[in-house]
Design a protein around this ligand. Structure first.
Ligand code: MEV
Length: 313
């Protein structure tokens, strides 16, 4: 390996309310968490990812970014992640954001809007369908509100396939949140496609998506008022609606039900089907214990983590 060109890091995320419905234009609230992905790019004699040759099937996100950037030189790309992969905590978004930032940083200072747009296009092309929630929150950090219309605190807007999302800064109050990772790796693309089929075929699914949108709007008011009780109730209701959409799993339900007696609310976070759940609680030790006892891996996360950044060597 020759000279190091750039080192970046980008955070993982949790979705507090609105996943899946956001793909259909409903609002979502997401927060960056203190689990980061680190990316190092150096000149090399062949292009590699963590020492292995780059393959479109094994490394679809990195492969797509390298192709899209039309690199004329070989690069050694190395990543180190604190975010478990396939956990619903935004590991693929963080890879896209950190790598795009490392590559663009060679030409000019990191422009969050450019990074969020490029990272989103990669996620959308690889997954088939996606909203810009994960890539935008990993870029901006802190908290975001994704909405179909422009509101105060607009950061940027992103369009694709006739849809437009407006990304806003959303201040995050100090919330005590515990993530419960099921240990089940669940790729996002097939789950988003499953909800799309249900949505296209039934008024029932379209009503549920709308209801998730309404409770997310209500959740924004609760969040701004620092009302953990109200927010928690909405999170639990959101989980039940996501379960009806078919994206929960027995592992997720088991963790959610186990945490509820000690939490304001609990729900799956991200695409579901496995991955992770979150519990909003004043008893993080107790909730972590329950998650462990029920076969999950607990993470006491901090919200409001900064977004993508260039690191020193
Ligand atoms: C995945 O973290 C969130 C989903 O809403 C998909 C997306 O927004 O692209 C399930």
């Amino acid at each position: 390996m020759k000279g190091v060109l750039a080192i970046t890091s980008a955070p993982g995320k949790v979705i507090l309310l609105g996943e899946h419905a956001v793909v259909f234009g409903q609002p979502a609230i997401a927060a960056a968490v203190n689990l980061r992905l680190h990316c190092r790019v150096a000149t090399a004699s062949t292009t590699t990812l963590n020492g292995a040759g780059l393959s479109p099937s094994a490394h679809p996100y990195v492969h797509h970014i390298v192709q899209a950037c039309g690199l004329r030189e070989n690069l050694a790309i190395d990543t180190r992640s604190e975010i478990p992969s396939g956990s619903g905590l935004g590991s693929s978004a963080a890879v896209c954001v950190a790598l795009v930032s490392a590559l663009v940083s060679r030409a000019h200072a990191i422009d969050p809007q450019e990074v969020a747009a490029k990272a989103y296009l990669t996620e959308a092309e690889v997954q088939g369908r996606a909203s810009p929630t994960d890539t935008s929150v990993s870029t901006h950090g802190q908290g975001i509100l994704v909405d179909r219309s422009e509101k105060a605190d607009l950061l940027w807007s992103i369009s694709r396939g006739g849809q437009q999302w407006f990304i806003h800064h959303c201040p995050m109050p100090k919330l005590s949140l515990v993530v419960g990772y099921t240990g089940v790796n669940a790729p996002t693309g097939p789950l988003v496609a499953k909800v799309k089929r249900f949505y296209d075929r039934t008024v029932f699914a379209r009503d549920i998506v709308r209801e998730i949108g309404q409770l997310t709007e209500e959740g924004l008011t609760r969040l701004k008022a620092n009302d953990a009780v109200g927010l928690g109730q909405l999170m639990t209701k959101d989980h039940r609606l996501l379960a009806v959409l078919g994206v929960s799993s027995k592992e997720l339900d088991r963790l959610v039900e186990g945490c509820l007696p000690f939490s304001y609310g609990a729900k799956l976070t991200g695409a579901g089907g496995g991955g992770s759940m979150i519990a909003l609680t004043d008893s993080p030790d107790k909730v972590s214990e329950v998650i462990k006892r029920r076969g999950g891996i607990p993470y006491k996360v901090k919200l409001g983590e900064p977004g993508v950044r260039l690191e020193k060597e």
